[in-house]
Design a protein around this ligand. Structure first.
Ligand SMILES: [Mn+2]
Length: 363
């Protein structure tokens, strides 16, 4: 593992060629595979196309059928959903469907690339249903090539307020919003890559004493106001101290470097990858090099000038990144740079930590 830079295997030559046997839906259920291929094709037609609306290519009944199918697949997985590297880890999308597709143009698509998504598919942007439908159809079609985790916006109390409810109401009627909530309550809360990299939307929790704590969370589950579920979706790293702090969000906690290092020991993991906060370069290494924040759409809400990035883990769990720079904004735009979050307070150290993650090179 390369998170601490000490035990890097020399070079990348020993990448194992073996790829675990892929599950082929076309062989198991050819009709369903054909249906999903057709859905994916229709959804892809919405990329760079402002002339067609999702309502013209997908009925409400079809959406509900897809929701029912995918929620059964989520329930088949562990609440700590396990995947093997090589894999690309994707952060917040926030209904920016066009940007998600631009990102795929850069990083490749499922099934050629294996991906894990860290949540926040809806709210803020205009095309949350489109984002969900594309990811859900890919999940049904290639369930062992894409892993979908839950974000804090995949909860009813949040997406009722921040845009998704109104989007559902405008496009299909409010009934479908309830179908989505029942599905969200079944999405896995965290992921584990090659037994060593823990992924979640928000962060750590004082209640996270073993990985089984996550595996044992019964579903469907609805995060309410405090506790493990809320922390996994809401907590944030900080460089302002070592321990646990009250969060400026008014929910969950902030945790310092010592908490991260202790968690890595207790849980026997090397690295934590989480999303949940916009970062200027699309990724940020926390001080201590044990936690990465990733954010995967540019110009978040048109309020920031941030780039988008994904974290790539190769078969040896060496870390790299792919980055999508934001398009230039008009001079009148009021967008600003995203603040730094939990990187080292010493500028030189922060730079070294960040440069420790190299750009992705395809092998
Ligand atoms: Mn979030």
């Amino acid at each position: 593992m390369s998170a601490d830079g000490n035990n890097n295997k020399s070079g990348s030559k020993e990448l194992p060629k073996q790829e675990t046997k892929r599950l082929d839906l076309a062989k198991v259920d050819p009709k369903c595979a054909e249906w999903m291929d057709d859905c994916i094709k229709r959804l892809n037609s919405l990329y760079n196309n402002t002339g067609t609306d999702i309502c013209n290519i997908m009925s409400g009944f079809e959406i509900i059928a897809i929701i029912r199918l995918v929620e059964n697949i989520f329930m088949d997985e562990s609440n700590l959903c396990e995947a093997e590297a090589p894999i690309k880890v994707v952060g917040d999308i926030h209904a920016q469907f066009q940007d998600l597709n631009r990102l795929f143009d850069l990083i490749g698509r499922v099934p050629e690339e294996k991906m894990m998504f860290l949540g926040d598919y809806v709210d803020r942007g205009p095309q949350g249903i489109e984002v969900l439908m594309l990811l859900f159809c890919l999940k049904i079609r290639y369930r062992d090539r894409i892993f979908i985790l839950r974000g804090n916006h995949e909860t009813a109390s949040v997406n009722k307020i921040y845009g998704f409810y109104v989007e559902c109401q405008m496009k299909y009627g409010v009934g479908i919003w309830w179908d989505f909530q029942s599905c969200f309550n079944r999405i896995p809360m965290a992921g584990l890559i090659s037994k060593k990299v823990l992924c979640m939307h928000g962060g750590l929790s004082p209640e996270l004493v073993s990985l089984d704590t996550i595996r044992n969370i019964p579903r469907p589950c609805e995060p309410l106001d405090r506790g493990l579920l809320i922390d996994l979706l809401w907590s944030d790293p900080t460089n302002k101290g070592e321990g646990w702090f009250h969060s400026i969000r008014g929910i969950s906690y902030m945790f310092g470097k010592a908490v991260v290092e202790q968690a890595c020991k207790t849980l026997d993991i090397d690295l934590i990858i989480r999303a949940h906060q916009v970062v200027q370069d699309g990724y940020e290494m926390m001080t201590g090099r044990r936690l990465i924040t990733v954010f995967s759409v540019p110009n978040y809400c048109s309020q920031f000038t941030n780039a988008a990035a994904v974290v790539c883990l190769n078969a040896n769990l060496e870390i790299s990144f792919q980055q999508m720079l934001p398009p230039p904004l008009p001079p009148t735009a009021k967008a600003k740079a995203a603040p730094s979050i939990a990187n080292d307070t010493n500028v030189e150290n922060a730079k070294a930590d960040k440069e420790f993650i190299k750009p992705y090179v395809k092998v």
